[in-house]
Design a protein around this ligand. Sequence first.
Ligand SMILES: [Zn+2]
Length: 81
Amino acid sequence: MRLIILAILLYLLYRVLRSYLGKAKPLDRRQGGGEVSDMVQDPVCKTFIHVRDAEKRVINGQTYYFCSKECAERFLLEQKR
Ligand SMILES: [Zn+2]
């Protein structure tokens, strides 16, 4: 009889451990996510660029992203008109 109780206890322990491991897994999903949302559009030539590669300018408290310095300068010139 004792062996059966021991087997049941081991099985329950195994199930608890498995549920713990199952809960820990979703944390790994964060890696690699949100890549698509990092894309920004150049307001001058309408090209999509990654935030990391974009030319960033803060104009009147608003942040703009450009594909190149040329586009940023062109945008500033158009704002002055
Ligand atoms: Zn551009």
